[in-house]
Write a protein that binds this ligand. Structure first.
Ligand code: ATP
Ligand code: MG
Length: 455
């Protein structure tokens, strides 16, 4: 018997609106693919012969998301559904934008303009009949990514598609068909022209998936990595002395892959990828063959910021990533005093400690490609938690005195007041019991007097 798609009730209701007005509607794209992969779909895309103006008229709540491309978002019972009118994009002038979008009559034409066979399957609504003119289901079963039609033509039309091929390969654990793979390297001059935001979106989705390692290797072997992050290519072949089995690039790939997955952890994955990117610039080799990379973390931090700015990540994302890169060489010793642990917490920020430790675990994993229990991290974590729980850790804003209190005892606003506050924080980090007004005000007065004497 012919396979049918179990259409959810909400989609049946929505398709009723199209039907009643004399139009057809199909579920398309990722949701159909994910069904055959037995995965939960994250969003619904509908293809229809109704022109965008009609879609807007049929539903009470709509957003003209990309009305010039025929896309209207319908909001129905709190779900967002993207509805796109069947279309063909005949000519592209520059590998970025179709010159004209023309609407076509059939779902088959619409499927023919989609990127990969696995993404070119439609489900007729509401009956669940499957339309699969390019054997997408067979490719899904085989775990194969291939373009609809001639790969080079399709990549020259839209230079983002090669990046999507690599992203899907990592995300789904699929293989890229040989001809499709070869075409990626032949279309680099077109891929080079895509907007950096479109690249970043696909790259980020790739980094968030459970195992981006194959995707990173594919990006390197096809030439995509050199196009967008050439700084990483400079890490290829950079040896690190006898402690390391891998060169800087393989190590970086492994560390990135071993960091926690998911969109919430994307800054850790990026830090894993970039933490050693400053190494080629500072590498020194001694006569005995050993290597040093003096202060490479500072160079890596700078480079991370400049790469992420170029890729147009948000400032918040850049700061979080760069901070992890800058701190990734942290050292801890069992002999540390509580005051030293408190200083560490203040420097790193308590909200970043879990992320930094996750990065360190991944970093050690990337030395040998095997998991090692890091007992020092277990002990360090216990000490940090005990301090956070029992006494709290102080930053400037937690001090029992503030700028106003200091001005009230005669310290004028300005640089000196800032210096005194920082000194008070040091006092409290050494001995949290001193964090009272009674204790701190006399210390502040004495500090200020000393500063004035040295003026
Ligand atoms: P995800 O689960 O990541 O959202 P998806 O397949 O739904 O995966 P989208 O970017 O949401 O990916 O695109 C929806 C559909 O639109 C795709 O399945 C594909 O059919 C088509 N599509 C998207 N981008 C392109 C493109 N650059 N060229 C051709 N078709 C595309
Ligand atoms: Mg989608």
């Amino acid at each position: 018997m012919e396979q049918k798609f179990p259409v959810p009730p909400l989609l049946k209701e929505i398709s009723g609106y199209f039907k009643n007005a004399g139009f057809s509607a199909y579920l398309v794209g990722g949701a159909v693919r994910d069904f055959f992969l037995k995965k939960e779909a994250n969003d619904w895309d509908i293809a229809t012969d109704a022109p965008p103006q009609e879609v807007t008229r049929l539903f009470r709540r709509t957003i003209p998301t990309g009305i010039e491309h025929g896309t209207v978002t319908v909001i129905y019972k709190n779900k967002h559904i993207e509805c796109t009118t069947f279309r063909t994009e005949s000519e592209y002038i520059d590998g970025r934008h179709p010159t004209a979008v023309s609407y076509t009559a059939t779902i088959e034409d619409d499927l023919a303009r989609r990127d990969f066979t696995m993404n070119a399957i439609a489900v007729s609504l509401p009956d669940g009949r499957i339309v699969d003119p390019f054997n997408g289901r067979a490719d899904i079963r085989a775990g194969l990514i291939q373009t609809v039609g001639n790969p080079l033509d399709r990549f020259l039309e839209d230079g983002l598609r090669p990046v999507r091929a690599v992203r899907f390969a990592a995300q789904l654990g699929f293989t890229v068909n040989v001809n499709t793979l070869a075409a990626i390297s032949q279309a680099l001059h077109i891929t080079q022209k895509i907007s950096i935001e479109r690249f970043r979106e696909e790259f980020t989705k790739m980094l968030a998936c459970p195992a981006p390692l194959t995707g990173l290797h594919l990006m390197e072997s096809t030439g995509l990595l050199k196009l967008f992050i050439p700084e990483l290519i400079a890490c290829r072949g950079v040896r690190q002395g006898s402690y390391h089995r891998f060169d800087v690039l393989d190590h970086s790939f492994l560390v990135c892959n071993a960091c926690p997955a998911g969109m919430d952890h994307i800054h850790i994955r990026l830090a894993g990828l970039f933490h050693d990117i400053g190494k080629p610039a500072v590498r020194k080799e001694a006569a005995d063959g050993s290597c040093t990379f003096y202060r490479h973390e500072a160079v890596s931090e700078k480079m991370t910021r400049s790469i992420m700015r170029r890729l147009k990540y948000s400032n918040a994302e850049i700061d979080k990533t760069a901070h992890l890169v800058a701190e990734h060489m942290f050292h801890y010793d069992y002999s540390w005093t509580d005051a030293a642990v408190r200083r560490f917490i203040v420097r790193v920020g308590k909200e970043n400690i879990d992320d930094l430790f996750a990065l360190r675990k991944a970093d050690v994993f990337g030395l040998t490609d095997t998991y090692t229990e890091l007992y020092f991290l277990v002990e360090f974590t216990a000490r940090i938690n005990k301090i956070l729980k029992e006494e709290g850790v102080y930053s400037l804003k937690d001090l029992a005195v503030n700028g106003k209190d200091l001005m009230a005892i005669g310290i004028p606003a300005g640089k000196h007041l800032g210096l005194v506050l920082h000194d008070l924080l040091e006092t409290v980090l050494d001995d949290p019991a001193q964090n009272t007004k009674e204790a701190l005000l006399p210390i502040a007065a004495a500090l200020y007097e000393r500063i004035q004497r040295f003026q």
